[in-house]
Ligand binder design. Structure first.
Ligand code: PEP
Length: 251
């Protein structure tokens, strides 16, 4: 019922020439698969590359995403980019609340919820990133942290808006560290998220794509993706190379 979705988060990587090569390699491979087996695949490059990539990706199976969006549409907010601006570049997905935004740039739950709302308002698909720190996991706070992060978005946009978006569970201790949550640890949190949503929107929660992120590689993707509530992945490091990203997409 739910299609697999794999999103590459390029973070602060890329150049015009590297992007052209990587995207060419991805498109060539994605095109040879029948649409029936085709996972949904997207890449989130840095903002400055959206314009050129929007052209390269036109009429291809590869979708474009952005790594963030500011909550205001216009104004004196130096350095920011709004969701309405992203909408002009064929952007489909927008990450909100990535842990690097939360920890390095001070995005609070409130700001994440406002960003989520702004993205949704433009008809784009927010990818809400949530996850606990190692210390929170070790002190048995994972469930409370996850629910608080979901609740702060639902307080602003409502549960239906969240259920019709994408959620990425990314334990902070697993991002870029080479440590992956075990399939059981990941599935447990994914099931918690889906059950929590089901209590609020009923069967609609069965259609919500919930991605796992945190050091996903070709050698651990298949096992993670076989879990009943894991619908794909948000991939950082391994999305910068066509071979590893495609291997994950087709795991
Ligand atoms: C991420 O950036 O969301 C991520 C999961 O990174 P990595 O795959 O490198 O851990």
């Amino acid at each position: 019922m739910r299609k697999r979705l794999v999103i590459g988060n390029w973070k602060l990587h890329g150049s015009l020439s590297e992007n052209a090569q990587l995207v060419q390699d991805l498109i060539t491979d994605l095109k040879v698969l029948s649409s029936e087996n085709q996972p949904q695949v997207a890449i989130c490059p840095p903002f400055v590359y959206l314009s050129s990539l929007a052209q390269l990706l036109e009429s291809t199976p590869l979708s474009l995403g952005a790594q963030d969006a500011f909550e205001q549409e216009k104004g004196a907010f130096t350095g920011e980019v709004s969701a309405s601006m992203l909408a002009e570049f064929n952007v489909k997905y927008v990450l909100v609340g990535h842990s690097e935004r939360r920890t390095l740039f001070g995005d609070t739950d409130q700001r994440v919820a406002a960003k989520f709302e702004a993205v949704k308002k433009q008809g784009l698909i927010p990818v809400l990133c949530i996850g606990e720190t190692l210390q929170q996991r070790e002190s048995n706070q994972t469930q409370d942290v996850i629910i608080a992060q979901l609740q702060s978005v639902v307080d602003v946009v409502g549960a239906e808006a969240l259920a019709t978006s994408v959620i990425a569970y990314e334990p902070i201790w697993a991002i870029g560290t080479g440590k992956t949550a075990t399939t059981q640890q990941a599935q447990q949190v994914h099931a918690l998220i889906r059950n929590w949503l089901t209590e609020r929107v009923g069967e609609k929660a069965l259609t919500t794509q919930i991605l796992y992120g945190g050091s996903v590689k070709p050698d651990n993707a298949a096992e993670l993706f076989t879990q009943p509530d894991i619908d794909g992945g948000l991939i950082g490091g391994a999305s910068l190379e066509a071979e590893s990203f495609l291997a994950i997409c087709y795991s």
